[in-house]
Design a protein around this ligand. Structure first.
Ligand code: SF4
Length: 290
């Protein structure tokens, strides 16, 4: 494949991913919402969940955005081979998607608040990179709504705070957030690393399918304990009370300095949008598998 073709392929794939992600809720998230509806005991919460489920199904059927906030374009790229101009091709895809889908024009200069009108700008779209030896690129988009992103939090705890300190910080963050991240939420928790790495771990944790558990038993136990505790807060769907505050808690961790215990929380709202494509070196593209 020529680099011109690769370029076009990345651009078109970015548009297709954005189109799919804003309209079609991943099946694991929809199944978790439907499962919560069966278990929910609060009548108001049940009604809210029914409305949320009806809304996302309608959006999927009409291929229309499930929320007016179509988010900031955040991508995760696992690169099996290099494509010259990759970032610019993704940015072109974002610009065209903003017009063609259309998407809300969310990206502004942080100081002047000038809106570029196309969801791009310095550092935007944001792309997390990782690398592997393969014949393909895995490209995932996670449009990130402002309501959930605004509730993100980082604490550099004293290591003596231990697991109790981690739990306290996560729970306090969820309680302080209340209705603002549009619950039921997926709570991504990063533990360890450096401060910036910890925040990135929390964001990546949000991407995991709902229902997945950490393969490490002590981490999986902490995920379950936190999910149970969060759902006992009574915040409920859209903050109106009930049993269903979170659909999942996902934890990712990294080794950290012996003097540090960083903990980060990233929220994803009920509109937990993500879409994935695998782009092969021969020019073929597989959509789905998110
Ligand atoms: S937090 Fe999510 S559901 Fe709420 S307004 Fe933002 S994008 Fe929409």
């Amino acid at each position: 494949m020529s680099s011109y073709m690769e370029d076009r392929l990345i651009e078109e794939t970015a548009i297709a991913l954005l189109r799919r992600s804003v309209a079609v809720l991943p099946p694991d998230v929809l199944a978790a919402l439907e499962g919560s509806l069966l278990l929910e005991r609060d009548p108001t919460a049940k009604r809210e969940l029914e409305r949320i489920i009806a809304n996302v199904k309608e959006a999927g059927a009409c291929t229309l955005p499930m929320c007016q906030d179509t988010g900031l374009p955040v991508f995760f790229a696992k690169m099996g081979f290099a494509v010259p101009g990759f970032e610019e091709a993704v940015a072109r895809g974002v610009r065209r998607a903003t017009e063609e889908i259309p998407l809300r024009k969310n990206a502004v200069h942080p100081i002047t608040r000038r809106n570029t009108g196309d969801n791009t700008g310095k550092g935007m779209p944001y792309i997390y990179y990782s690398f592997e030896a393969s014949d393909h690129i895995d490209l995932t988009v996670m449009p990130k709504g402002g309501g959930s992103e605004n509730m993100s939090a980082l604490a550099m705890l004293n290591p003596s705070a231990g697991i109790a300190g981690i739990k306290r910080f996560v729970l306090e963050t969820v309680v302080n957030a209340g209705s603002k991240p549009c619950p039921p939420v997926i709570v991504g928790v990063g533990i360890g690393g450096t401060a910036d790495e910890c925040m990135a771990l929390a964001k990546k944790a949000v991407l995991r399918p709902v229902g997945s558990r950490s393969p490490e038993p002590e981490v999986a136990r902490l995920e379950m304990e936190l999910l149970y505790a969060i759902n006992r807060t009574g915040i409920g769907p859209m903050g109106l009370g009930g049993d269903t505050t979170a659909l999942a808690v996902h934890i990712e961790y990294a080794y950290c300095h012996t003097a540090s215990l960083p903990v980060a929380v990233s929220f994803q709202c009920y509109a937990a949008r993500r879409a994935h494509a695998r782009i092969y070196k021969d020019g073929s593209v597989e959509m789905g598998g998110e």
